[in-house]
Write a protein that binds this ligand. Structure first.
Ligand code: GAR
Length: 208
């Protein structure tokens, strides 16, 4: 059974999708053992508490620089004996010292089809604002391994979602979450916990 540690910064709907997948048996070989928030008081912490999942708050504002913050996160991951670390709406970029300690053991869900609308500055609603500004007809979500390149690690799963003419960023965000993120994130976690993800030459293949 793999220990899954989930990092959050906000409402935690992706965390909820993982909790639901765990409770329905979709994630058979892993369990969420800790939720770490980068801010106190975020609703994701309530979601964890409602399901008796231990939580920690490691607030970004309590650390002067990204290295000190990253080291605190790494210490917590080591204490929790994490086998898999999931960024589920985690909005803080960590120093590479963290992902190097957990190679291909950290994954992130991003609300676009990488390599579109990704990288530094593309997070949350901003991603959907840019997609609408560009006029793309299809967007979606990506789950990828975290490496030192922001949103640049090997892609695990992607799912496309249609953009409608009258979409607002909020409407599009909700559709991308419902139709893509909440589906592919639990699937990717389940595949990881079943040892079905193989990374070779920066690409992921899925064992049959
Ligand atoms: C989600 O759409 C997630 O993909 C995005 O923030 C939202 C968090 O929602 N993450 C990023 O933009 C990371 N670059 P949630 O807190 O309800 O899961």
């Amino acid at each position: 059974m793999k220990n899954i540690v989930v990092l959050v910064s906000g409402g935690g709907t992706n965390l909820q999708a993982l909790i639901d997948a765990q409770e329905s048996g979709l994630i058979a070989n892993g369990r969420i053992t800790c939720v770490i928030a980068s801010k106190p008081g975020v609703y994701a912490l309530e979601r964890a508490k409602n399901h008796r999942i231990p939580t920690r708050v490691i607030a970004r504002k309590d650390y002067t620089d990204v290295i000190a913050y990253s080291q605190a996160i790494l210490d917590a991951l080591n204490e929790e004996k994490a086998d898999l670390v999931v960024y589920a709406g985690f909005m803080t970029i960590l120093d590479e010292l963290v992902c190097k300690a957990y190679p291909y053991q950290m994954m992130n869900v991003h609300p676009a089809l990488i390599p579109s609308f990704c990288g530094k500055g593309y997070y949350g609603l901003r991603v959907h604002e840019e997609a609408l500004k560009k006029g793309v007809k299809v967007t979606g979500a990506t789950v990828h391994f975290v490496t030192e390149v922001c949103d640049g690690g090997p892609i695990i799963l992607q799912k496309a979602v249609a953009v409608e003419d009258d979409d607002t960023p909020e409407v599009l965000q909700k559709r991308v979450m419902e139709q893509a993120e909440w589906k592919i994130l639990p699937q990717a976690v389940s595949l990881f916990c079943d040892d079905k993800l193989i990374v070779k030459d920066d690409r992921v293949s899925i064992k049959k």
